[in-house]
Write a protein that binds this ligand. Structure first.
Ligand SMILES: *[C@@H]1O[C@H](CO)[C@@H](O)[C@H](O)[C@H]1NC(C)=O
Ligand SMILES: *[C@@H]1O[C@H](CO)[C@@H](O)[C@H](O)[C@H]1NC(C)=O
Ligand SMILES: *[C@@H]1O[C@H](CO)[C@@H](O)[C@H](O)[C@H]1NC(C)=O
Ligand SMILES: *[C@@H]1O[C@H](CO)[C@@H](O)[C@H](O)[C@H]1NC(C)=O
Length: 384
């Protein structure tokens, strides 16, 4: 009897750490991580702390004391400081860039649907992964332009974050804002395709050439700061909108699902940028649907996140909301983008509504003439 008790005791005592060994090995396998020596111990300690927090938080969630749950993910063995450092301590500074505020959007707030999810309309491109680099702003801007281009033309063209990282500013990534990226795309008369200018998670020399262009924008519009009603209307009538928010919290790192709500969040210190692709409500909780750039992460590992909506601008989600407009795009036809910065469209309108699809991509002058002749013939044919 004594031996059995001792054995049971030994088993009971060794169980947790043997179990944790297995879990740690399984974690590393699942997320494709390999560490040696001290690094393995350090990573394991961070992972254990994270998992303790996840368990404690999820116990509160089960009691209905918090509105979101946490989960293990690829960031579970990475500390918040490391994420912050790897992302160049990205903070959107309150710079003084003049941007138009869309008055009309606010005043038009009627017949706006109670929920919108642009993923269901197939105008949201796949979730990408920025890796350990402060390029979230480039991913947010690219995701917005990809979506608007798709919505406007029906063509899915993946675009280049590295084009923005390398070329949109010389100040380094931390001081760059989405505004500068949008302005670059306007000034540059377009942004490269992903295929012609692939992503690497570091800043390199600018290697853009005009033959790489996959999409153009006409302007960008910034919504009234902190106005969640304006954001809702813009998302419903225009399409996905880029936003910044305060992501510098361990609750965010381990976000696993349901509606995120962090009482310690700042409404002015925006440390991350993403794309709002919709909004809605579930179980009495209003939310924004955010497309992140961490690959598989967050809401059921889909790469998305639900952020509390109508909770006094939670985490600054509506503090700085910006969307691009396309040349001849649908939003322009509906007269919904007053105060656009750059009213002149670039001469070549690649894929834009109203342009001759395909012609804009042909560079040789002779072929352009053929294109114009063909277009005229086509027009005349149609008029008969
Ligand atoms: C994140 O918060 C920590 C304190 O918790 C702070 O030291 C760090 O500077 C913050 N990082 C950013 C990018 O704001
Ligand atoms: C950006 O980060 C670099 C270090 O990576 C730092 O020297 C510089 O001061 C930062 N700039 C801003 C505006 O935060
Ligand atoms: C720059 O782009 C060209 C294609 O236009 C490519 O052949 C070349 O390797 C690129 N250079 C660098 C440094 O990436
Ligand atoms: C996420 O997973 C939970 C269960 O783990 C499920 O109840 C929920 O419907 C899923 N949500 C989505 C958006 O798939």
């Amino acid at each position: 009897m004594f031996q059995v008790t001792v054995l049971a005791l030994v088993v009971a005592m060794s169980w947790p750490s043997a179990c944790a060994d297995d879990d740690w090995a399984a974690y590393k396998t699942k997320y494709n991580k390999a560490y040696t020596g001290d690094e393995d111990n350090r990573r394991r300690a961070i992972w254990q702390d994270t998992m303790t927090q996840v368990r404690e938080h999820n116990a509160l969630y089960a009691q209905g004391k918090t509105s979101f749950f946490m989960a293990e993910n690829a960031l579970s063995d990475v500390s918040l400081d490391e994420i912050s450092d790897a992302q160049d301590n990205y903070v959107e500074l309150e710079d003084n860039v003049e941007t138009p505020v869309s008055e009309k959007l606010v005043s038009q707030a009627k017949n706006i649907p109670e929920s919108v999810d642009w993923r269901e309309e197939n105008i949201v491109t796949e979730v990408k992964n920025q890796g350990p680099f402060g390029s979230c702003w480039a991913f947010a801007v690219v995701a917005a332009v990809e979506s608007l281009h798709l919505k406007s033309t029906g063509e899915k063209v993946l675009l280049s974050e590295s084009n923005l990282v390398d070329c949109a500013t010389s100040e380094g990534c931390n001081a760059t804002s989405r505004l500068k990226a949008f302005q670059y795309i306007i000034d540059n008369k377009g942004i490269a395709t992903q295929a012609s200018y692939p992503y690497i998670p570091q800043k390199g020399p600018c290697n853009f050439s005009s033959s790489m262009v996959g999409a153009q924008i006409k302007s960008y519009v910034q919504l009234p700061s902190g106005d969640e009603t304006a954001l809702k209307e813009a998302v419903a009538t225009i399409g996905p909108v880029t936003v910044g928010f305060d992501a510098n919290h361990s609750s965010y790192k381990s976000y696993g699902g349901d509606v995120y709500d962090e009482p310690d969040c700042s409404r002015s210190r925006l440390t991350h940028a993403v794309l709002v692709v919709g909004y809605g409500s579930q179980n009495g909780k209003d939310y924004w649907i955010l497309k992140n750039s961490y690959g598989s992460w967050g809401l059921n590992d889909t790469g998305y996140m639900l952020m509390a909506r109508n909770k006094e601008n939670m985490c600054g989600i509506a503090t700085r909301a910006i969307y691009p407009t396309l040349c001849g795009g649908i939003e322009e036809q509906e007269g919904l983008t007053p105060g656009a910065l750059n009213l002149g469209c670039p001469e070549t309108q690649i894929g834009a509504v109203g342009s001759v699809r395909g012609c804009g991509e042909i560079e040789k002058i002779g072929l352009v003439y053929i294109c114009i002749i063909m277009f005229n013939l086509w027009c005349e044919g149609n008029m008969i």
